[in-house]
Design a protein around this ligand. Sequence first.
Ligand code: ADP
Length: 265
Amino acid sequence: MAERAASVAADASAAFAEREPVVRLDGISKRFETKSGTVHALEGIRQSIGAGEFVAIVGPSGCGKSTLLRILCGLEQPTQGRVDWGRGGEAPRMGVAFQDHRLLPWLSVEQNIMLPRLMLGRAAAADIERARSLCSLVGLTGFEQRRPAELSGGMKQRASVARALFTDPELLLLDEPFGALDALTREQITADTERIWTAQRFAALLITHSISEAVHLADRVIVMSARPGRVVAEFPVDLPRPRTDVLGSPEFAKLCSDIRKKLEL
Ligand code: ADP
C-alpha cells in the first residue's frame, strides 16, 4: 500500500516537471547597499515552480529566503537575473501570508479576508459569501464578525491564510506564517493547509525554519546555504498524502534527518 502510494507520489513529481511552470527564477542574485556596506543576500538562484506544485524552502536565518519571496511578489527587484512567469509572461494570481498576520485591527475577520476586494471598492454579496466560505474552510466559522484582537494567535494566522486565498491564487506565497505559533496549533494548521491545498491544488512556496513542516507540506524541499543564499540541495518528497498519516513513520524521520544534514554543512 505504502509502496503504491509512494509510486503515485513519484508519478506526480514527474508530472510537475512536464507542466509549464507558474514561475521560473533565472539566476536571481540580490545585493543590498547599506550604510555599513554591501549585503549579498542571494546568489544565482535557478528554480521553477510547477502548476499545482508545493515547494518549501528551508535555510538558516538571514540566508535570503524572505528576500526571494519579496522578489516574487514584486516588493524587491533582483540585482541580477530575472523572474519569468509562465503563460507567456503574465504573472499568476498570487496570495501572500506572512509571519505577522497583518490583519487590520479595525476590520472584522470577514472584512479582513475580503480586503483585496475592499481595496478595489465595495464588496458585492458574492464577495461576502466567499469570505464566509473561506472562514469555514480555515476553521473560523462563528468568528466572521470578530475583530482580530478577539482572536488567538492561531486564529489570526488562519484569517491571514484565508485572506491570501481570497483571490483564488494560482501561486500562494507563505513566509513562515505559522512560525510564532505553539507546537500543537502549528501542527493543526499545517494539517489544515495540506487539506486545503489537496482540494484546490494551487502552486505554493513556503518559507519555513521547520524541516518537519516542510516535509509535511511540500512536494519538494529546497535547502539554502548561509548568506549569500544559494541552493545547496533539493529533496523530492515522495511520501503519501495526507502526510498526517505518515508523520511518525521511519521514512518521514529519515527524510527530515537527510535535510538537516544538508542544512548543517
Ligand atoms: P531570511 O528570510 O532567510 O531570514 P532575509 O531575506 O530576511 O533572510 O534577509 C537576507 C539578508 O538581507 C539579511 O542579512 C538581511 O539583513 C538583509 N536584508 C534584507 N532586506 C534588506 C534591506 N531592505 N536592506 C538591507 N538589507 C536587507
